[in-house]
Design a protein around this ligand. Structure first.
Ligand code: SF4
Length: 351
Protein backbone atom coordinates (compact mmCIF):
# COMPACT_ATOMS: atom_id res chain seq x y z
CA UNK A 1 0.00 0.00 0.00
CA UNK A 2 1.14 3.53 -0.69
CA UNK A 3 0.48 6.53 1.54
CA UNK A 4 -2.73 7.44 -0.28
CA UNK A 5 -4.17 3.96 0.25
CA UNK A 6 -3.09 3.87 3.89
CA UNK A 7 -4.80 7.20 4.45
CA UNK A 8 -7.96 5.94 2.79
CA UNK A 9 -8.23 3.05 5.23
CA UNK A 10 -7.37 5.20 8.24
CA UNK A 11 -10.14 7.63 7.26
CA UNK A 12 -12.86 5.36 5.99
CA UNK A 13 -16.09 4.74 7.89
CA UNK A 14 -17.34 2.35 5.23
CA UNK A 15 -18.16 -0.82 7.16
CA UNK A 16 -17.55 -3.14 4.23
CA UNK A 17 -14.09 -1.72 3.62
CA UNK A 18 -13.24 -1.96 7.31
CA UNK A 19 -14.43 -5.57 7.48
CA UNK A 20 -12.38 -6.41 4.36
CA UNK A 21 -9.33 -4.69 5.84
CA UNK A 22 -9.57 -6.69 9.06
CA UNK A 23 -10.23 -9.96 7.24
CA UNK A 24 -7.25 -9.44 4.93
CA UNK A 25 -4.99 -8.58 7.86
CA UNK A 26 -5.99 -11.74 9.74
CA UNK A 27 -5.41 -13.86 6.64
CA UNK A 28 -1.93 -12.32 6.17
CA UNK A 29 -1.19 -12.95 9.81
CA UNK A 30 -2.09 -16.65 9.65
CA UNK A 31 -0.21 -17.07 6.35
CA UNK A 32 2.97 -15.47 7.71
CA UNK A 33 3.14 -16.04 11.47
CA UNK A 34 0.32 -18.52 12.09
CA UNK A 35 -2.41 -18.22 14.72
CA UNK A 36 -0.22 -18.86 17.75
CA UNK A 37 -0.13 -16.11 20.36
CA UNK A 38 3.18 -15.70 22.23
CA UNK A 39 3.19 -14.58 25.83
CA UNK A 40 5.77 -12.31 27.48
CA UNK A 41 5.55 -11.98 31.25
CA UNK A 42 5.82 -8.24 31.88
CA UNK A 43 7.84 -7.13 34.90
CA UNK A 44 7.70 -3.36 35.47
CA UNK A 45 10.64 -3.30 37.84
CA UNK A 46 11.06 0.45 38.41
CA UNK A 47 8.97 3.57 37.83
CA UNK A 48 11.93 5.90 38.36
CA UNK A 49 12.53 7.85 35.17
CA UNK A 50 14.89 10.68 34.24
CA UNK A 51 12.74 11.71 31.29
CA UNK A 52 9.76 14.01 31.12
CA UNK A 53 7.64 12.93 28.16
CA UNK A 54 4.57 15.18 28.44
CA UNK A 55 2.02 12.35 28.03
CA UNK A 56 3.48 9.90 30.55
CA UNK A 57 2.17 9.24 34.06
CA UNK A 58 5.58 8.25 35.45
CA UNK A 59 7.50 11.23 34.01
CA UNK A 60 10.22 12.57 36.24
CA UNK A 61 8.38 15.76 37.25
CA UNK A 62 5.25 13.98 38.46
CA UNK A 63 5.74 14.66 42.17
CA UNK A 64 2.44 12.99 43.13
CA UNK A 65 3.74 9.56 42.27
CA UNK A 66 5.31 7.22 44.82
CA UNK A 67 8.47 5.81 43.24
CA UNK A 68 9.63 2.19 43.55
CA UNK A 69 12.50 -0.01 42.46
CA UNK A 70 11.98 -3.75 42.96
CA UNK A 71 14.61 -5.72 44.81
CA UNK A 72 16.52 -8.16 42.64
CA UNK A 73 14.93 -11.11 44.46
CA UNK A 74 11.43 -9.76 43.76
CA UNK A 75 12.23 -9.51 40.04
CA UNK A 76 13.74 -12.98 39.97
CA UNK A 77 10.66 -14.33 41.73
CA UNK A 78 8.48 -12.79 39.00
CA UNK A 79 10.77 -14.27 36.32
CA UNK A 80 10.52 -17.71 37.95
CA UNK A 81 6.78 -17.30 37.86
CA UNK A 82 7.01 -16.69 34.09
CA UNK A 83 8.93 -19.94 33.73
CA UNK A 84 6.47 -21.84 35.94
CA UNK A 85 3.56 -20.38 33.99
CA UNK A 86 5.26 -21.58 30.74
CA UNK A 87 5.25 -18.06 29.26
CA UNK A 88 8.53 -18.62 27.42
CA UNK A 89 9.69 -15.00 27.67
CA UNK A 90 9.85 -12.02 29.98
CA UNK A 91 9.90 -8.28 29.33
CA UNK A 92 11.89 -6.18 31.80
CA UNK A 93 10.48 -2.68 31.67
CA UNK A 94 11.35 0.44 33.62
CA UNK A 95 11.68 4.18 33.41
CA UNK A 96 14.89 5.45 31.86
CA UNK A 97 18.03 5.68 33.95
CA UNK A 98 21.61 5.83 32.66
CA UNK A 99 23.60 5.55 35.88
CA UNK A 100 26.15 2.75 36.08
CA UNK A 101 24.50 1.29 39.19
CA UNK A 102 21.35 0.85 37.09
CA UNK A 103 23.02 -0.52 33.97
CA UNK A 104 25.10 -2.97 36.01
CA UNK A 105 22.01 -4.05 37.93
CA UNK A 106 20.20 -4.83 34.65
CA UNK A 107 23.26 -6.70 33.35
CA UNK A 108 23.33 -8.95 36.46
CA UNK A 109 19.59 -9.40 36.33
CA UNK A 110 19.55 -10.55 32.71
CA UNK A 111 22.36 -13.05 33.43
CA UNK A 112 20.49 -14.50 36.39
CA UNK A 113 17.20 -14.72 34.50
CA UNK A 114 18.94 -16.43 31.58
CA UNK A 115 20.27 -18.97 34.09
CA UNK A 116 16.75 -20.09 35.02
CA UNK A 117 15.74 -23.39 33.51
CA UNK A 118 14.37 -23.46 30.88
CA UNK A 119 16.03 -20.19 29.93
CA UNK A 120 13.35 -17.63 29.04
CA UNK A 121 13.66 -15.16 26.16
CA UNK A 122 14.44 -11.69 27.52
CA UNK A 123 13.14 -8.44 26.06
CA UNK A 124 14.35 -5.16 27.52
CA UNK A 125 12.39 -1.93 27.53
CA UNK A 126 14.61 0.46 29.47
CA UNK A 127 14.94 3.48 27.23
CA UNK A 128 17.80 5.29 25.54
CA UNK A 129 21.27 4.06 26.48
CA UNK A 130 24.77 4.17 25.01
CA UNK A 131 26.07 1.65 22.47
CA UNK A 132 28.30 0.12 25.17
CA UNK A 133 25.36 -0.46 27.51
CA UNK A 134 23.13 -1.93 24.82
CA UNK A 135 26.00 -4.25 23.87
CA UNK A 136 26.67 -5.18 27.50
CA UNK A 137 23.03 -6.20 27.96
CA UNK A 138 22.99 -8.08 24.65
CA UNK A 139 26.09 -10.01 25.72
CA UNK A 140 24.36 -10.78 29.02
CA UNK A 141 21.61 -12.56 27.07
CA UNK A 142 18.88 -10.03 26.24
CA UNK A 143 17.98 -10.47 22.59
CA UNK A 144 14.96 -8.23 22.01
CA UNK A 145 14.61 -4.52 22.73
CA UNK A 146 11.55 -2.30 22.67
CA UNK A 147 12.04 1.43 22.21
CA UNK A 148 8.92 3.27 21.19
CA UNK A 149 9.51 6.32 19.06
CA UNK A 150 5.89 7.41 19.69
CA UNK A 151 5.76 9.32 16.37
CA UNK A 152 7.95 9.31 13.29
CA UNK A 153 7.16 13.00 12.69
CA UNK A 154 9.86 15.30 14.06
CA UNK A 155 7.53 18.27 14.66
CA UNK A 156 4.99 16.21 16.53
CA UNK A 157 7.78 14.56 18.53
CA UNK A 158 9.00 17.97 19.62
CA UNK A 159 5.49 18.95 20.72
CA UNK A 160 5.07 15.78 22.81
CA UNK A 161 8.46 16.06 24.52
CA UNK A 162 10.54 18.72 26.26
CA UNK A 163 13.26 20.37 24.17
CA UNK A 164 16.06 18.26 25.66
CA UNK A 165 14.43 15.03 24.34
CA UNK A 166 15.87 14.35 20.93
CA UNK A 167 14.12 12.64 18.03
CA UNK A 168 17.49 12.10 16.33
CA UNK A 169 18.89 10.41 19.40
CA UNK A 170 15.96 8.02 19.55
CA UNK A 171 16.46 7.12 15.90
CA UNK A 172 20.15 6.64 16.57
CA UNK A 173 19.36 4.29 19.47
CA UNK A 174 17.13 2.19 17.21
CA UNK A 175 19.98 2.01 14.67
CA UNK A 176 22.46 0.95 17.37
CA UNK A 177 20.14 -1.77 18.64
CA UNK A 178 19.77 -3.12 15.13
CA UNK A 179 23.51 -3.06 14.50
CA UNK A 180 24.23 -4.93 17.72
CA UNK A 181 21.91 -7.73 16.68
CA UNK A 182 18.78 -7.24 18.77
CA UNK A 183 15.35 -7.95 17.45
CA UNK A 184 14.16 -4.36 17.50
CA UNK A 185 10.70 -3.17 18.39
CA UNK A 186 9.14 0.26 18.28
CA UNK A 187 5.71 1.81 18.17
CA UNK A 188 3.52 4.88 18.36
CA UNK A 189 0.88 6.67 20.31
CA UNK A 190 -2.37 6.52 18.36
CA UNK A 191 -4.54 9.62 18.71
CA UNK A 192 -1.89 11.78 20.40
CA UNK A 193 -2.72 15.49 20.77
CA UNK A 194 -2.00 17.32 17.53
CA UNK A 195 -1.51 14.10 15.54
CA UNK A 196 -3.09 13.80 12.10
CA UNK A 197 -4.04 10.74 10.07
CA UNK A 198 -1.25 11.76 7.67
CA UNK A 199 1.16 11.42 10.59
CA UNK A 200 -0.12 7.90 11.27
CA UNK A 201 0.21 6.91 7.61
CA UNK A 202 3.79 8.23 7.81
CA UNK A 203 4.35 6.13 10.93
CA UNK A 204 3.33 2.98 9.08
CA UNK A 205 5.73 3.75 6.24
CA UNK A 206 8.47 4.47 8.79
CA UNK A 207 8.11 0.93 10.18
CA UNK A 208 8.49 -0.48 6.69
CA UNK A 209 11.47 1.72 5.82
CA UNK A 210 13.22 1.00 9.11
CA UNK A 211 12.62 -2.72 8.61
CA UNK A 212 11.41 -3.13 12.18
CA UNK A 213 10.97 -6.60 13.75
CA UNK A 214 8.40 -5.97 16.47
CA UNK A 215 5.65 -3.44 17.00
CA UNK A 216 4.04 -2.30 20.22
CA UNK A 217 1.67 0.63 19.80
CA UNK A 218 -1.34 1.74 21.72
CA UNK A 219 -4.06 4.33 21.86
CA UNK A 220 -3.22 7.63 23.52
CA UNK A 221 -5.06 7.77 26.84
CA UNK A 222 -4.64 10.96 28.86
CA UNK A 223 -3.14 10.59 32.32
CA UNK A 224 -4.63 12.82 35.06
CA UNK A 225 -1.21 13.92 36.32
CA UNK A 226 -0.01 15.25 32.96
CA UNK A 227 -0.76 18.38 30.97
CA UNK A 228 -3.34 16.35 29.02
CA UNK A 229 -5.46 15.70 32.15
CA UNK A 230 -8.38 17.73 30.78
CA UNK A 231 -8.70 15.61 27.67
CA UNK A 232 -10.56 12.65 29.23
CA UNK A 233 -12.28 10.69 26.46
CA UNK A 234 -16.06 10.32 26.21
CA UNK A 235 -17.64 7.06 24.99
CA UNK A 236 -17.78 8.06 21.35
CA UNK A 237 -14.14 9.22 21.38
CA UNK A 238 -13.12 5.94 23.00
CA UNK A 239 -14.91 3.97 20.27
CA UNK A 240 -13.28 6.03 17.53
CA UNK A 241 -9.82 5.70 19.04
CA UNK A 242 -10.26 1.98 19.48
CA UNK A 243 -11.28 1.56 15.85
CA UNK A 244 -8.33 3.66 14.72
CA UNK A 245 -6.00 1.48 16.83
CA UNK A 246 -7.38 -1.69 15.25
CA UNK A 247 -6.93 -0.17 11.79
CA UNK A 248 -3.31 0.68 12.59
CA UNK A 249 -2.64 -2.91 13.70
CA UNK A 250 -4.32 -4.31 10.59
CA UNK A 251 -2.38 -1.99 8.28
CA UNK A 252 0.87 -2.87 10.03
CA UNK A 253 0.22 -6.55 9.45
CA UNK A 254 -0.64 -6.01 5.79
CA UNK A 255 2.45 -3.84 5.20
CA UNK A 256 5.01 -5.77 7.23
CA UNK A 257 3.61 -9.32 7.15
CA UNK A 258 6.09 -11.37 9.20
CA UNK A 259 6.73 -9.07 12.20
CA UNK A 260 5.54 -9.61 15.76
CA UNK A 261 2.78 -7.21 16.78
CA UNK A 262 1.76 -6.79 20.41
CA UNK A 263 -1.84 -6.54 21.44
CA UNK A 264 -1.26 -3.94 24.16
CA UNK A 265 -3.09 -3.67 27.48
CA UNK A 266 -4.15 -0.10 26.65
CA UNK A 267 -6.56 -1.52 24.06
CA UNK A 268 -8.46 -3.20 26.87
CA UNK A 269 -8.87 0.18 28.56
CA UNK A 270 -11.00 1.21 25.55
CA UNK A 271 -12.89 -2.03 24.95
CA UNK A 272 -13.36 -4.95 27.38
CA UNK A 273 -12.33 -7.35 24.59
CA UNK A 274 -9.73 -4.99 23.15
CA UNK A 275 -6.78 -7.34 23.26
CA UNK A 276 -8.67 -10.30 21.76
CA UNK A 277 -10.06 -8.12 18.96
CA UNK A 278 -6.52 -6.97 18.13
CA UNK A 279 -5.52 -10.63 17.69
CA UNK A 280 -8.27 -10.92 15.09
CA UNK A 281 -6.81 -8.09 12.99
CA UNK A 282 -3.13 -9.00 13.02
CA UNK A 283 -1.57 -8.92 16.51
CA UNK A 284 0.18 -12.08 17.77
CA UNK A 285 1.85 -11.20 21.10
CA UNK A 286 0.35 -10.51 24.55
CA UNK A 287 2.19 -9.38 27.65
CA UNK A 288 0.46 -10.57 30.84
CA UNK A 289 1.67 -8.65 33.85
CA UNK A 290 3.90 -10.22 36.48
CA UNK A 291 4.60 -6.97 38.31
CA UNK A 292 3.84 -7.64 42.00
CA UNK A 293 0.32 -6.27 42.54
CA UNK A 294 1.29 -3.81 45.30
CA UNK A 295 3.44 -1.87 42.81
CA UNK A 296 1.06 -1.83 39.84
CA UNK A 297 -0.87 1.33 40.81
CA UNK A 298 2.49 3.15 40.68
CA UNK A 299 3.16 2.12 37.08
CA UNK A 300 0.31 3.88 35.33
CA UNK A 301 1.54 5.38 32.07
CA UNK A 302 -2.07 6.29 31.19
CA UNK A 303 -5.47 6.49 32.87
CA UNK A 304 -7.74 3.44 33.15
CA UNK A 305 -5.04 0.75 32.94
CA UNK A 306 -6.78 -2.62 33.37
CA UNK A 307 -5.73 -5.66 35.45
CA UNK A 308 -4.32 -3.53 38.30
CA UNK A 309 -5.75 -5.68 41.09
CA UNK A 310 -5.63 -9.14 39.46
CA UNK A 311 -2.99 -11.57 40.72
CA UNK A 312 -0.44 -12.93 38.22
CA UNK A 313 -2.23 -16.25 38.28
CA UNK A 314 -5.64 -14.57 37.68
CA UNK A 315 -4.11 -12.85 34.62
CA UNK A 316 -2.84 -16.16 33.28
CA UNK A 317 -6.21 -17.89 33.67
CA UNK A 318 -8.14 -14.94 32.28
CA UNK A 319 -5.89 -14.45 29.23
CA UNK A 320 -5.80 -18.16 28.42
CA UNK A 321 -9.59 -18.21 28.37
CA UNK A 322 -9.85 -15.03 26.33
CA UNK A 323 -7.27 -16.05 23.72
CA UNK A 324 -8.51 -19.58 23.14
CA UNK A 325 -12.17 -18.41 23.07
CA UNK A 326 -11.26 -16.45 19.95
CA UNK A 327 -9.82 -19.57 18.28
CA UNK A 328 -6.14 -18.69 18.69
CA UNK A 329 -3.50 -21.06 20.13
CA UNK A 330 -0.95 -20.18 22.81
CA UNK A 331 2.77 -20.77 22.27
CA UNK A 332 3.51 -22.14 25.75
CA UNK A 333 7.23 -22.33 26.59
CA UNK A 334 8.21 -20.75 23.27
CA UNK A 335 10.27 -17.59 22.83
CA UNK A 336 8.14 -16.69 19.83
CA UNK A 337 10.79 -14.60 18.09
CA UNK A 338 9.92 -12.33 15.21
CA UNK A 339 10.16 -14.28 11.92
CA UNK A 340 10.97 -10.96 10.27
CA UNK A 341 14.24 -10.74 12.19
CA UNK A 342 15.41 -14.06 10.75
CA UNK A 343 14.20 -13.19 7.28
CA UNK A 344 15.99 -9.83 7.23
CA UNK A 345 19.23 -11.09 8.77
CA UNK A 346 19.21 -14.13 6.49
CA UNK A 347 18.78 -11.96 3.41
CA UNK A 348 21.72 -9.82 4.58
CA UNK A 349 23.88 -12.93 4.81
CA UNK A 350 22.98 -13.79 1.20
CA UNK A 351 23.59 -10.24 -0.12
S1 SF4 B 1 7.50 7.49 28.27
FE1 SF4 B 1 9.25 6.31 29.07
S2 SF4 B 1 10.97 7.74 29.00
FE2 SF4 B 1 9.14 8.98 28.80
S3 SF4 B 1 8.68 9.63 30.90
FE3 SF4 B 1 7.51 7.75 30.52
S4 SF4 B 1 8.79 6.06 31.25
FE4 SF4 B 1 10.09 7.90 31.06
Amino acid sequence: MNKRELLYYLKTENERDITDLFRTAYQIKTDNVGNTVYLRGLIEFSNICDKNCYYCGIRHDNRQLERYFLKKEEILEAARQAVNFHYGSVVLQSGECRETTFTTFVDDLVREIKGLGPSPGVTLCTGEQSYAVYKQWFDAGAHRYLLRIETSNRDLYSRLHPSDHSFEKRLHCLEMLKNIGYQVGTGFLIGAPGQTLENLAGDLLFLKKFDIDMIGMGPFLPHPQTIYATKTLNMSEKKKRFLLSLKMIALCRILLKDVNIASTTALQALDPQGREKALQVGANVIMPTLTPSQYRPQYLLYEGKPCITDSASDCRTCLTRRITAFGEKIGWDQWGDSPHFFNRTQSRVHD
